[in-house]
Design a binder for this molecule. Sequence first.
Ligand SMILES: NC(=O)c1ccc[n+]([C@@H]2O[C@H](COP(=O)([O-])OP(=O)(O)OC[C@H]3O[C@@H](n4cnc5c(N)ncnc54)[C@H](OP(=O)(O)O)[C@@H]3O)[C@@H](O)[C@H]2O)c1
Length: 341
Amino acid sequence: MAGFKLAILGATGAVGREMLSILEERDFPVDELVLLASKRSEGEKIDFRGDEITVREVSERAFHDCDIALFSPGAEVSRRWAPIAAAQGAFVVDNSSAFRGEADVPLVVPEVNPEAIDQARGRHIIANPNCSTIQLVVALKPLHDAASLTRVVVSTYQSVSGKGQRGMAELEKQVSDLMNCRETAPEAFQHRIAFNLIPHIDDFTEGGATKEELKMVNETRRLLDLPSLAISATCVRVPLFIGHSESVNLSFARPITAEQAREALLTAPGVKLLDDPARNIYPMPMLAAGDSAVHVGRVREDKSQPNGLDLFICADNLRKGAALNAVQIAELLVQRGLVSA
Ligand SMILES: NC(=O)c1ccc[n+]([C@@H]2O[C@H](COP(=O)([O-])OP(=O)(O)OC[C@H]3O[C@@H](n4cnc5c(N)ncnc54)[C@H](OP(=O)(O)O)[C@@H]3O)[C@@H](O)[C@H]2O)c1
């Protein structure tokens, strides 16, 4: 099969590097790969399928003739460069929050709303949802189809890689400082993250919720096409390198037993059911890190309400929460004929 000219903006970052390994792993048809970052990384060499590719500073010329551009440079940079790449004909799949709220930019999780991608024919930009939202909706979709979701209460446990390479470097340094009796100070996070939890991800908004929490509310409603879904989120940063977890309480319009929920999850695309408490089998970030699936378990009926369920979800935030979902969107662009080689 002939391949595509593909650009990655943010190629040297945590998500960008994961994109490269997922493109290799899934054998995405790439004929030419353009690796882009800021001036800081210009000249750096990165290996792709055995070839060394030199990272270039992003510029208008860089997107010439590109079919697809995968973006993960952060919202401000995406806002500047996505329209430039799209104007040259590339389909931009953006990992940042820059375009997620725009009605004419589709927000896509391939297991949940693949048809939404057709809307990208207009602006040529597709938004990859927030990492915590992606893993939540992959697990909720089969349950909603089975019993009609009416309310979601979710608390997250989000690893430091959600803050990119700075976040991972900070946890590593703080653990080493503290274990060696050295003083340590926060830089990437608001407080020390080593041996601590921080209930604060992204900025606070007027009502007291953080932007991360509002992203989960708004994006879940949009992805499930439930604009008035009752949903409340609390997002917490935890001292783990990779893997976001979620404790979820659900209410449904129709009765659903834990057994019926397990059956629906067992065959749901992108879900791995890990639910055998008698044998200590349940989702943990340790198991989800490096895996493509969203792990779901601890499925049980919530007896405090009619038609209620509790569950626990884990996924690799750099993979399904970002890079894998972006590459799946690129595959969907090909499958639905928006790009052809
Ligand atoms: N980490 C996650 O779990 C996750 C999940 C979903 C979405 N996202 C989103 O993905 C984006 C990147 O996250 P990350 O974790 O990969 O961050 P990261 O590790 O900090 O990497 C950032 C990347 O963007 C590049 N970049 C920064 N400023 C730039 C500029 N002015 N011009 C061109 N390139 C620039 C950096 O290049 P240099 O090396 O040259 O600095 C680097 O390649 C963010 O929007 C984040 O919200 C992250």
